[in-house]
Design a protein around this ligand. Structure first.
Ligand code: ATP
Ligand code: MG
Length: 445
């Protein structure tokens, strides 16, 4: 007997439906267009990869890898065809050497893997790639935070050590947000130097010493981070920790000369490009290979999940994954949040109505209606042709419910004398037109 289970989308996942999907398409189309003008090509990496890739690239200690990934065993060989009931058995039979794989929680690791796998260091450098698609993280679902969410991201791999690369990437990002119509964007930038004693390592040691002094006034999370990752204390959103954090030493005062010069040049280039930014010395990344430029963009209407994009430079990552020493910088936009913000500020998609609803009655009229529908669709109009005959009154009712602009009324009379009736639904006015005149009328802007 058929089960009565009422299925629902899994917690933290959701269906994207029309008309909202039209907005998603517009945003993605804008990304394709803007990124292409900056010389980027699209990469579509797989949705799952070896768990080890993420563990290495994102870091085994991070929340993402230690508790948020969807990880499972990849059965080796081909799974035998089994009846549903027997499936449990095949899971148990999986060989122990089958590898662990994970749904991707982000895509930078995959892009770097692909760069190495396809020897892209032999292409003209730098290589500029972008991607878009779903990511998976087992987080607590809330507004702007899902377990399947979407990112649009870009990476620049290889090439010289030039601050212009950082600045142009950020310029492209802000151009994209601007073309999307995103409101209230704020770009924050920082430099976190590089992992050397005369640069970030020295700073972190100093920070740690200062944090030890105020340890008692900090919360449990921050206390733990003094040991595991002192930089992350700067991330804290806890109200009572803010005045303490404000007195801590700042990384900008402890950068080595090269990183200081690089940071100054990035800011200068942003100004030359008319990109408005503010500096946020607390914008950090907890991983060793992140270096120099980090940035984040927030937008309005998102509550506490207001970061729509995070990015930064990661010169050591490709090498960490077994490739040649390669420079790298990239960003990831949270598409769900971008869309939410656009909707909140009234920049959502217009409801998708029909241009023409064909109200037909009679067999001869139906034949003409089929042809007319085809011709109008060929000309690019959105046309609704009812699949069954409806009385004109009923048909017109449907036409307005669907948000149609026009109803084309085709009865046997209209077909016989070649004068079709076009009704404008907004004001109810009607006119008689030949087929040719009708098309011309509709095509008029
Ligand atoms: P957050 O601090 O909001 O958790 P994050 O530091 O985990 O963000 P990144 O890994 O840098 O974020 O990802 C880049 C962007 O992806 C974020 O700025 C955000 O817009 C989006 N994002 C991250 N996690 C989620 C999620 N679970 N649901 C929806 N969007 C997300
Ligand atoms: Mg997160």
């Amino acid at each position: 007997m058929a089960s009565k289970t009422k299925f629902q989308a899994i917690r933290g996942t959701r269906d994207l439906l029309p008309p909202e999907t039209a907005l998603w398409n517009r945003v993605e189309q804008t990304a394709h267009e803007v990124f292409a003008t900056y010389g980027f090509g699209e990469i579509r990496p797989p949705i799952f990869e070896p768990t080890e890739l993420f563990a290495r690239a994102v870091g085994g200690e991070t929340d993402i890898v230690s508790k948020e990934m969807y990880t499972f065993q990849n059965p080796t060989g081909l799974a035998p065809m089994v009846h549903e009931k027997e499936m449990v058995g095949t899971l148990a039979e999986m060989s122990p050497e089958s590898e662990m794989i994970s749904l991707r929680p982000e895509a930078t690791a995959s892009v770097c893997r692909a760069y190495i796998e396809h020897n892209m260091q032999q292409l003209p450098q730098p290589v500029k790639l972008y991607y878009m698609g779903p990511m998976f993280r087992r987080e607590r679902p809330q507004k702007g935070r899902y377990r399947q969410f979407y990112q649009i991201g870009a990476e620049i791999l290889g090439g010289p050590d030039a601050p212009a690369i950082d600045a142009e990437l950020i310029e492209m990002l802000m151009t994209f947000f601007d073309k999307c119509g995103l409101q209230g964007t704020e770009l924050s930038v920082n430099s976190i130097g590089h992992a050397a004693d005369n640069c970030r390592r020295g700073y972190v040691a100093l920070l740690k010493a200062e944090l030890e002094k105020v340890k008692d006034k900090l919360g449990a999370d921050s206390q733990r981070r003094i040991e595991t990752n002192p930089l992350r204390v700067l991330d804290s959103k806890l109200e009572y920790e803010q005045p303490i954090i404000a007195t801590l030493p700042r990384i900008a005062d402890h950068l080595c000369d090269e990183c200081k010069t690089h940071y100054a040049a990035v800011k200068h280039e942003l100004e030359q490009r008319g990109v408005i930014y503010r500096e946020n010395w607390r914008l950090v990344r907890g991983l060793d290979y992140y270096m120099r430029t980090t940035f984040e963009i927030t937008a309005q209407g998102l509550g506490s999940q207001n970061a729509v994009c995070g990015g930064g430079r990661y010169d050591g990552l490709v090498e960490l994954l077994g490739g040649p020493p390669t420079k790298g910088i990239g960003f990831a936009i949270g598409e769900d949040r971008l869309i939410l913000s656009l909707q909140e500020s009234g920049k959502g998609a217009a409801p998708q109505g029909r241009d023409v609803y064909i109200a037909w009655m009679g067999e001869r009229a139906y034949a003409t209606a089929i042809r007319a529908a085809k011709d109008l669709r060929n000309a690019g109009f959105r046309v609704e042709l009812p699949p069954t005959e409806l009385k004109f009154g009923k048909a017109l009712e449907r036409a307005s419910k669907l948000g149609s602009r026009f109803a084309l009324i085709l009865g046997d009379n209209e077909v016989a004398d070649g004068q079709w009736t076009l009704k404008t639904l907004a004001d109810g006015s009607q006119q008689k037109l030949t087929e040719q005149a009708l098309l011309e009328y509709l095509l008029k802007p």
